[in-house]
Design a protein around this ligand. Structure first.
Ligand code: FAD
Ligand code: NAD
Length: 467
């Protein structure tokens, strides 16, 4: 453990560990302090375990819904084995990253960092030793934690946060999911495919409020087909024990109560920044009104020596945003004057998946554009038909004047992968003819992007030119 370092990174999630590697690549002596597990929320309790379980449950669902292809199967699902496999995926990845950090000469410290001043921190190491570390710059990457609703204490057994829901290998017969956002809908879909009878209790009048309704429609419709009961306009208030489990009590806007019987409830009503582990006042840092650390585009806080990246610095609270911000902050500290990307794609791993980058049609109108919109349904895609997965569509939004692509949105198979090309189009300033003229290999789902661009130009080949 050194007494001084050029860059101190606090937190080893996708924001912090990537920032540390980039800082070392740029020649800066860098120390990364992580109090719990390298990889942070994303690798240990979020993106990776959830996607492992979602992929496995998708496979089971597909194989049991392929009679049309002449496939009749009754797979046996060993739940403890499935959850143990998910743990090996997490361990492989986090172990690999810890090795990578050491091989790249990042000084890795197992402990908690708290600021002592603008340029020094106290490090309480896991072995019980406490040392002072002086730094020239610090990158705060302490992430976020689930918001605990009053009346729903995460410590009590039947009430789970997302981390507990992904860690337990108990599949409740009846599950209430409070909150129909990113986590609520990913976990509802997963548990429904594992056999739980799922009820989603959502305060607003639809699921996934961050996305336009027409992108969410196919997700809601398929959730209903999976047996997920979506209850809208109800704010969860408290829970009570019943003779055979618990009931979640929710209230509508008029104060009327409705209750939902279940064996367990997952509460996913948003996440809040982790700032109480670092002694912000000692560094002269003050969180903004909503508790997040405010920064400029390069991640610099009000204190010259301190940067903040990832969830602790606010929306979008996504792993790839944290990573990108971590790289930018490290480059800025190294004097590189980086230009941060202008767009961040978002994906929800529901069934079907939803992905979105840049402006929606409405947002383009609000920004003063007369948008040109292209559309292509997967029901007309050869590849989607061969995969037996035709729900959803690709939508492109462009400037009506210049044809420049402003946004791209996908709901349907592999939406999470297709958004890569759309992100390049938006970030790279490409226009609709670029996408229409690009040779997309056949038969692939990516052809839907080319077809959508042709639709915007009124020259669609494989559909009529109507939306
Ligand atoms: P974190 O990953 O939260 O890491 C912060 C780290 O800081 C933690 O390891 C913590 O132990 C450490 N720390 C805190 N205080 C201190 C201290 N004082 N000293 C030392 N260490 C400290 N995003 C996606 O893009 N795609 C997904 O599919 C996705 N799925 C998700 C699924 C779930 C269930 C959840 C909960 C989140 C998901 N996310 C997803 C969001 C993603 O996990 C976060 O955006 C991402 O982890 C943020 O990275 P971060 O580095 O800012 O913080
Ligand atoms: P969220 O903001 O996506 O959704 C929370 C939902 O809870 C909202 O729809 C809200 O209206 C509802 N709600 C709030 N209070 C309620 C109450 N009392 N009763 C009923 N409903 C209530 O939050 P989340 O799902 O907890 O996810 C947190 C963040 O984690 C996301 O915003 C996202 O940044 C990140 N995440 C990303 C991914 C991904 O990229 N695929 C996956 C999971 C999480």
């Amino acid at each position: 453990m050194p007494a001084e370092t050029e860059v101190l990174v606090v937190g080893g999630g996708p924001g912090g560990y990537v920032a540390a590697i980039r800082a070392v690549q740029l020649g800066l002596d860098t120390t990364l302090v992580e109090r719990e597990g390298i990889g942070g929320t994303c690798l240990n309790h979020g993106c990776i375990p959830s996607k492992a379980l979602i992929t496995a449950t998708d496979q089971v669902h597909e194989i049991t819904h392929s009679e049309e292809m002449g496939i009749y199967a009754e797979p046996y699902l060993d739940i403890p084995e499935l959850f143990a496999w998910k743990d090996t995926v997490v361990d492989d990845l986090t172990g690999g990253i810890a090795n990578l950090l050491r091989r790249k000469s990042v000084t890795l410290v197992d402990g908690t960092a708290t600021f002592a001043s603008e340029t020094s921190a106290t490090i309480s190491q896991a072995d019980g030793e406490t040392v002072t570390l002086d730094f020239e710059h610090a990158i705060l990457a302490t992430g976020s934690r689930p918001i605990e609703l009053p009346g729903f204490n995460f410590g009590s057994d039947p009430i789970l946060d997302s981390r507990q829901a992904l860690a337990t290998d108990r599949v409740p017969d009846r599950l209430v999911v409070v909150g129909g956002g990113y986590i609520g809908m990913e976990l509802s879909t997963m548990f429904a495919k594992l056999g739980s009878a799922v009820t989603v209790v959502e305060m607003l009048d639809d699921i996934m409020p961050a996305f336009p309704a027409h992108l969410v429609d196919p997700v809601r419709e398929h959730a209903t087909e999976l047996g997920i009961d979506c209850q809208f306009g109800l704010a969860a208030d408290h829970w009570e024990e019943t003779a055979d489990g618990i009931e979640v009590v929710a209230e509508n806007q008029s104060g009327e109560s409705e209750s939902f019987d279940c064996d367990a409830a997952v509460v996913a009503v948003g996440r809040e920044p982790v700032t109480d582990t670092v002694n912000l006042p000692a560094a002269g840092l003050d969180p903004g009104e909503n508790g997040f650390i405010e920064t400029d585009d390069q991640g610099q806080t009000d204190v010259d020596s301190i940067f903040a990246v990832g969830d602790v610095a606010g929306e979008p609270m996504l792993a790839h945003a944290a990573t990108s911000e971590g790289v930018v902050a490290a480059e800025q500290i190294a004097g590189e004057e980086p230009t941060p990307p202008s767009t961040t794609p978002a994906i929800v791993f529901t069934d079907p998946e939803v992905s979105s980058v840049g402006l929606s049609e409405r947002e383009a109108e609000d920004a003063g554009y007369d948008p040109l919109v292209g559309h292509f349904p997967f029901s007309a895609s050869g590849r989607a038909l061969t995969a037996g997965d035709t729900a959803g569509f690709v939508e492109l939004v462009a400037s009506g004047d210049t044809g420049r692509v402003l946004g791209g949105h996908v709901v349907g198979p592999e939406a999470s992968e297709l958004v890569g090309e759309l992100t390049l189009a938006v970030e790279g300033g490409h226009d609709i003819p670029d996408l229409a003229e690009l040779v997309h290999p056949h038969p692939t789902l990516s052809e839907a992007i080319g077809e959508s661009a042709e639709n915007a130009l009124g020259q669609a080949i494989n559909t009529t030119n109507k939306r």
